[in-house]
Design a protein around this ligand. Structure first.
Ligand SMILES: Nc1ncnc2c1ncn2[C@@H]1O[C@H](COP(=O)(O)OP(=O)(O)OP(=O)(O)O)[C@@H](O)[C@H]1O
Ligand SMILES: [Mg+2]
Length: 608
């Protein structure tokens, strides 16, 4: 978490950002315009009601007559009906726009996440990505749709009320509207204050979400290390900052409304004072005064909504900024445009142009580091023939996984070349290489779903029979059949309902089914019992047949039978050869082997 610094988003208004958002709104342009029109209509009808009151006072109440009251009643009823229809439609349209926009933003984000390279995931916490995909997308969708609702309605309502007042009696209108400039100044002052505290609230909130994420993901570790109390303390510091800022924000918000209401009362007072005089001097009708009073009261009504929109504006902008920082991130590893032209990309692969892969791999003078300036591999050279099984051994952090990551093109060399079948792999499409690749990790990842689905993940069009055959080949069939629902058993999130060994067997079945030309096994044999290990051992043998493979294992039994064993130290190959050759060299491998061999013998004796 530490390495990842949350960017500060403090711009007041960022036009370029909203322009980008406009792209998302484009498909719903018509809907948005219609929504705006409905809101203007709603405000328009709202403004008519005080005029109706005026008419009622001047024509029915004061003269104490009922002439034409029926038509008046009908018109009144119709207005209410129109308003009801307006409300139905605007809620319907705004709700839909909110859904569509959120959906589109999430889809775009998810699609982009599929394309981003490993290095992006190295530096970006999962919690951060989750927040972008969930709450931020949601916030943007709802801000745009409901923000338009409130803004268009609020402004058109205030403007229409002003017009109606000027139309009724411009002198009285000008007198009552003198409070507006004061209102503007007051609003600006409070908005500035409120935005400032809200910004702090948001920043703290994102920190707290981070702690949540770490706290929950690391709950087991926390418990085993008895770190609960410290974690709680750290958490309390953040939450109390959050608490204080939130209270401050609430105080400012709660001061603002009464201030606005007071102004409203002053406006109403002015209307009564001058209007009352006008009525007495018979310059103004009673009804006009009544209409004026309701206008001054209503004039301030939209402010609450507008204030909310302004408060949300900043956080919506921050959401947009974060989402775009993700969407605009260029994948570090990308196919050249010429390569895409010839071999296609993820969205449209031109498989017919793909050359058959044999499986020769060579590293030519490869230098690589994960971070600038750091070199994990330096002038690394290695030639592997198709079908060869290469085992990598060496201390932790020596660069074994790095060699494999480069071969799979999860990362690319900083200098030098990696060739597959004699051609720089950057001149072929990524998809071409990766569809010919099988990768089994130490803790293989299974997806929520059934065992069958997880095996078929390697080749979606596989038949049930093929799936069973693959499972049998790697000795997974037996344990699967012991499960209640067999192949249809759910594996749980990340395969949590299976043991590590079982997960590995499933991922071997997956690899066999996909039938890759190049196969990678990263430390797959550690941490399982001897019986499972034997099953896995046999599975590995099956998987390795006719493929170029990399095996990284700490257990020597796994690597003994490899065609070639490489000892990697500080990113360099220090010894290579087969098991017997390396034993004769009496180097690192010899020591490693004799140590482990002795340990294994001891263990066997103890067991016996
Ligand atoms: N994603 C990464 N970002 C930054 N540095 C990394 C990353 N992965 C590995 N490294 C660094 O590169 C070096 C080589 O790591 P590598 O994973 O290749 O070691 P390894 O030989 O596979 O070790 P192990 O046996 O523990 O799996 C280490 O110093 C490690 O800290
Ligand atoms: Mg490793």
């Amino acid at each position: 978490m530490d390495a990842f610094k949350e960017q500060e988003y403090d711009k007041r208004f960022d036009i370029s950002l909203w322009k980008k958002l406009l792209q998302f709104c484009k498909p719903y342009k018509n809907k948005l315009v219609i929504l705006g029109l409905f809101m203007i209509g709603l405000a328009g009808v709202d403004v008519i009601f005080p005029l109706m009151s005026k008419y009622a006072v001047d024509h029915f109440i004061i003269p104490q007559s009922t002439d034409g009251i029926l038509i008046f009643g009908i018109i009144y009823f119709l207005l209410i009906a129109v308003q009801a229809v307006n409300i139905f439609f605007f809620i319907d349209i705004a709700g839909k726009i909110e859904m569509y926009l959120t959906y589109d933003i999430r889809k775009k984000g998810f699609q982009h996440l599929q394309e981003l390279s490993f290095n992006y995931y190295d530096k970006t916490p999962v919690g951060w990505l989750m927040a972008r995909m969930t709450s931020d997308s949601q916030r943007l969708g709802s801000f745009i749709s409901w923000g338009i609702v409130d803004m268009v309605w609020g402004f058109s309502y205030m403007i229409l009320i002003s017009i109606a007042m000027l139309f009724l009696n411009w002198k009285l209108a000008l007198i009552t509207l003198t409070v507006v400039p004061v209102l503007v100044v007051l609003s600006m002052y409070f908005q500035k204050k409120i935005l400032k505290v809200y910004r702090k609230v948001r920043k703290t909130n994102s920190k707290i979400t981070g702690s949540f994420n770490e706290g929950i993901a690391g709950a087991k570790t926390t418990k085993t290390l008895v770190r609960e109390e410290e974690n709680l303390k750290e958490f309390q510091v953040d939450t109390s900052v959050m608490y204080r800022s939130s209270v401050k924000a609430a105080i400012f918000s709660s001061l603002y409304l009464p201030a606005v209401l007071t102004l409203g009362s002053i406006g109403t007072g002015l209307a009564l004072w001058f209007g009352g005089e006008g009525v007495i001097m018979q310059a103004i009708t009673y009804g006009t005064l009544v209409a004026f009073i309701s206008y001054t009261v209503q004039f301030f009504e939209p402010l609450r909504e507008l204030a909310r929109v302004f408060a949300e504006f900043q956080s919506a902008q921050a959401s947009a900024e974060r989402i775009f920082s993700m969407i605009d991130e260029k994948p570090q590893i990308q196919d050249h445009s010429e390569v895409v032209k010839e071999f296609g990309d993820i969205l449209q692969s031109k498989e017919e142009n793909w050359p058959e892969i044999k499986g020769d791999i060579s590293f030519d003078d490869v230098t690589f580091g994960y971070k600038d300036g750091e070199k994990v591999l330096e002038n690394f050279n290695l030639d592997i023939k198709a079908g060869e099984t290469i085992a990598l051994v060496g201390e932790t952090g020596s660069g074994k996984s790095t060699v494999v990551n480069l071969a799979c093109r999860f990362y690319e060399p900083n200098s030098g070349k990696i060739k597959i079948d004699g051609v720089d792999y950057r001149r072929r499409s990524m998809l071409w290489l990766q569809s010919n690749l099988g990768y089994v990790l130490q803790t293989p990842h299974l997806f929520s779903g059934t065992i069958k689905e997880n095996i078929a993940y390697g080749r979606l069009d596989a038949t049930g029979e093929e799936i069973t055959r693959a499972a049998k080949l790697v000795n997974a069939h037996k344990f699967i059949m012991k499960l209640k629902k067999g192949y249809d058993s759910e594996v749980g999130e990340g395969g949590a309902r299976l043991s590590t060994g079982e997960k590995q067997l499933i991922s071997f079945a997956r690899a066999i089914l996909a039938n890759p030309k190049i196969f990678v096994l990263d430390e797959a044999t550690s941490s399982v019992d001897t019986e499972t290990e034997q099953l896995i051992q046999q599975a590995i043998h099956k998987v390795l047949e006719n493929r170029t493979s990399f095996i990284i294992a700490h257990r020597l039994s796994t690597i003994r039978s490899a065609d070639r064993i490489l000892v990697v130290r500080n990113g360099k190959i220090t010894e290579q050869g087969n098991h017997h050759q390396l034993l004769k060299e009496k180097g690192y491998y010899y020591r490693l082997y004799t140590n482990q061999f002795m340990e294994e013998q001891e263990a066997m004796l103890l067991n016996a």
